[in-house]
Design a protein around this ligand. Structure first.
Ligand code: C2E
Ligand code: MG
Ligand code: MG
Length: 759
């Protein structure tokens, strides 16, 4: 149905053009009166249909119906040229009535459509209305007044009708400028009003006697207007014409500017080019221009004021965090800079606390992001309540808060402040989801006047100290000192250099033989990475491997190590340096196991080195079961299926639960060297190793003792029936080039248990 009436509305606009066109061309065989009658009848029918279907606002449709009735009456009485004064007066009054109802209808419609910017819209429209009034006065009203031979009352009514056109123009401009969406009905109604105004101006031109516009031409806009009224009422969007519905995203600012400027410039041009013809004219011109100028001035004042308010709001919102309403990073830096500036002239040492909510990610992941937001808001509140008034609390990102106390005098003041914060977290946060306990890690940085520190530096120092607090186990305070920065810088340098290490060929592998104590044979090797930096320094894997893991560089580096190690083994086997079934153990970090390509990487390394899968051991630590154990398990299972074997490195030092041994596809335990160290001297260590070996045997796992350094340890291992070992006693890790002589030397010793401990 709505589609049909919408189409009908568009048809009416077409008819408006056709009917007006026919009238102008004089092609219509119908008389002017008949066309009027047809227009009137159609508008009446459309009004009934439109109101019934579209149900617009009651006041809108009553105004519309009244308008149509009076319009038809005005047409019937339209005898403006009649000599009879009464007929003329009735006719003019009816036209004035049409205008007034139009004004009423527009007021009703417009007042509901105001959005965010009513004052400026009204003033812009007022400027247009006043400009139009000035032109109507100069062009029509003043000349008509001068030449009028009519009775005063008729001239007055006619003048009032024309004058009210300025109000109609004002309201029409308001209708188009408000920020409510301009629907089809709005455009149809505006076109209808514009046509009717054009008709009025044509008529007034004829009345002024200066130009004669033919009736055919003068009446055409009225006819078009009637059809456009029908289009308005038929279009479904008329239902929302007087309501504040969808807002326009783009304001018609350019068209507003053009129209208001024109309405301002045109009167000024007319004023400059024409002189007043009489005193009344002079007075009206002066008053009109004065009012227009006042409206423009007020408009400018309002615009400037609104602009400055908006600017202040924008600055405030750019400097505060929208969630907690606390100052954001930018504003905090300004506050810190101001505090440091102030500290130059007295003995204050401003303090910054850098507060990070511990394990906030867990809260977000487990309770959802809205609970996470609630936690942040509660933490913000808590900090504000817990700390003295003079402290400024800000949120600088995610779960990071910063407190500035510009008035501290010593480090102990700063520590006191940090303790207050820690203490404030002792009570749980009451969230909608229930009570939640959170803790925080706090970094403290105190301004040091010996070193000139900028606001940024101080914040960074506090941040560094906060990381130290996190490393120290969270829920504690760390105070910044220079060594922290040095450590951070050093770590950063290692991180950067590590990215290039592989392509610069700074990495290499050394290998440590693993022997079978009973057989006295080298049965395998462990590949261990070495990094010789450009400047000649050697960094221990214990230092760079964790960094490589954290930054992800372990993935490419680890892939390289795998291929390199297997290639070495292949060449030793080919050269007869070691047994054909010797194995290669390669250390693998959890991060590599989480890489979805890892299985493919292992496969490729085996293929390229022509090594069977069962000659590769992957050494993983118990850490794999801590983060994403499922993914690690999946990878290890796949590798196990192709024949690769898995060893648990440093067994006994991690957090493995025994069920882990059951769930994971494991084939070997490597007893950590801390146990082996004390094997010969400590009874407890001895019984622990015995238990591990017994457990491994019963689970069908192979056992290797790591870090064997003395003959006593080796004998103790022999007694405990641990047949495989590696360590400095047997051999230090050696370069691939020296492996031939190392293995030859080991073979010469023969069976290891024969070595008697030196007394
Ligand atoms: P790990 O896998 O437990 O390797 C054994 C470490 O103990 C090696 O240290 C080795 O040189 C050392 N070691 C061997 N025998 C003895 C001994 O008798 N006494 C003492 N005190 N130490 C001995 P390194 O080469 O410094 O490696 C340290 C750790 O770095 C390795 O521990 C391993 O976890 C990691 N790592 C080394 N290379 C790689 C690698 O290519 N990839 C990965 N992901 N980690 C590696
Ligand atoms: Mg290892
Ligand atoms: Mg180890």
């Amino acid at each position: 149905m709505s589609k049909a009436v919408s189409r009908a509305a568009w048809a009416m606009t077409g008819l408006a053009v056709v009917a007006a066109g026919l009238h102008v061309a004089g092609l219509s065989a119908l008389s002017s009166d008949l066309i009027y009658m047809i227009s009137a009848v159609q508008v009446f029918i459309c009004a009934i249909v439109g109101v019934a279907i579209n149900r617009p606002d009651r006041r809108v449709w009553s105004a519309l119906v009244l308008l149509i009735v009076i319009l038809i009456a005005a047409q019937i009485f339209d005898n403006r040229d009649s000599r009879d004064v009464l007929t003329q007066a009735i006719s003019e009054t009816l036209f004035l009535g049409v205008q007034l109802i139009l004004v009423f209808g527009l007021v009703v419609t417009v007042q509901r459509r105001f959005g965010r910017d009513p004052v400026n819209v009204v003033f812009d429209s007022l400027i247009i209305g006043l400009g139009s009034w000035f032109l109507i006065w100069v062009v029509f009203l003043n000349p008509a007044r001068e030449i009028s031979s009519d009775v005063v009352s008729v001239t007055a009514i006619r003048g009032a009708t024309l004058a009210s056109s300025a109000i109609v123009i004002f309201l029409l401009a308001t209708l188009l400028f408000t920020d409510t969406e301009r629907t089809q009905a709005v455009w149809f109604a505006s076109s209808a009003i514009a046509c009717s105004l054009i008709g009025d101006f044509f008529y007034a031109t004829n009345q002024s006697g200066r130009y004669q516009i033919s009736d055919q031409f003068a009446n055409a806009p009225y006819i078009a207007s009637l059809f456009l009224v029908s289009a308005t009422i038929l279009h479904p969007s008329v239902a929302t014409i007087a309501s504040h519905s969808a807002r326009r995203l783009r304001q018609p600012l350019l068209s507003r500017l053009i129209l208001t400027t024109t309405s301002l410039v045109l009167p000024v041009v007319v004023l400059a080019l024409s002189n007043p013809t009489n005193d009344v004219d002079r007075t009206v011109r002066a008053v009109s221009i004065f009012v227009l100028a006042t409206a423009v001035t007020l408009r400018v004042v309002f615009a400037v004021r609104a602009n400055s308010v908006l600017q202040a709001q924008l600055i405030a919102s750019a400097q505060t965090d929208s969630l907690t309403s606390l100052p954001n990073r930018g504003l905090m830096i300004e506050h810190v800079a101001a505090a440091l500036e102030g500290a130059r002239f007295n003995d204050l040492t401003p303090t910054i606390l850098f507060i990070d909510v511990d394990r906030f990610k867990n809260i977000n992941d487990s309770l959802g992001h809205s609970a996470g937001d609630d936690v942040l808001v509660s933490v913000a509140q808590r900090l504000r309540v817990a700390l003295p008034e003079r402290c400024i609390v800000g949120r600088i990102s995610g779960d990071e808060f910063v407190v500035l106390d510009a008035k501290t005098r010593s480090q102990s003041d700063a520590v006191l402040l940090a303790d207050m914060v820690l203490e404030s977290f002792h009570e749980p946060l009451a969230l909608r989801q229930g009570d939640v306990f959170v803790s925080a890690s706090i970094g403290v940085a105190v301004f040091d006047r010996e070193i000139s520190t900028s606001a940024d530096d101080l914040l960074r120092n506090a941040d560094t100290a906060m990381y130290r607090a996190k490393d120290a186990g969270r829920n504690c305070v760390a105070i910044f000192d220079k060594s922290m920065r040095e450590r951070v810088n050093q770590r950063l340098a290692v991180e950067t250099a590590l990215y290039r290490a592989l392509e610069r060929r700074e990495l290499r592998l050394v290998h440590q033989p693993i022997i079978d104590i009973d057989l006295g044979d080298v049965i395998g090797f462990e590949a261990l990475m070495r990094w010789d930096m450009e400047d000649g320094t050697n960094i221990s894997p214990a230092e760079f491997i964790p960094i490589a893991e954290e930054t992800g560089t372990i993935v490419p580096i680890g892939a390289w190590a795998l291929l390199e190690a297997l290639t070495h083994l292949r060449s030793w086997i080919n050269q007869g340096i070691c047994r054909r079934d010797a194995t290669m153990s390669v250390n693998v970090s959890p991060r590599q196991l989480h890489d979805p390509n890892f299985v493919a990487v292992v496969n490729e390394a085996l293929m390229r080195s022509h090594m069977p899968a069962d000659q590769l051991w992957l050494e993983v630590t118990e850490g794999v079961m801590i983060t994403q154990p499922e993914q690690a398990l999946d990878t290890l299972r796949k590798l196990s299926e192709i024949g690769v074997r898995v060893a648990i490195d440093d067994f006994g030092t991690g957090y493995s639960s025994l069920s882990f041994l059951q769930r994971f596809p494991i084939h070997r335990l490597k007893i950590d060297r801390t146990f082996i160290n004390e094997l010969a001297s400590d009874v407890n260590a001895r019984s622990l190793v015995r238990t591990i070996i017994a457990m491994a045997n019963s689970l069908g796992l192979d056992v290797v003792a790591e870090g064997v350094e003395t003959v006593e340890q080796l004998h103790a291992l022999g007694d405990l029936r641990c047949s495989k070992a590696q360590g400095y006693l047997i051999s230090h890790p050696v370069t691939p080039e020296t492996m031939a002589s190392t293995v030859a030397g080991l073979d010469k010793i023969g069976k290891w248990p024969r070595l008697r401990p030196l007394k």
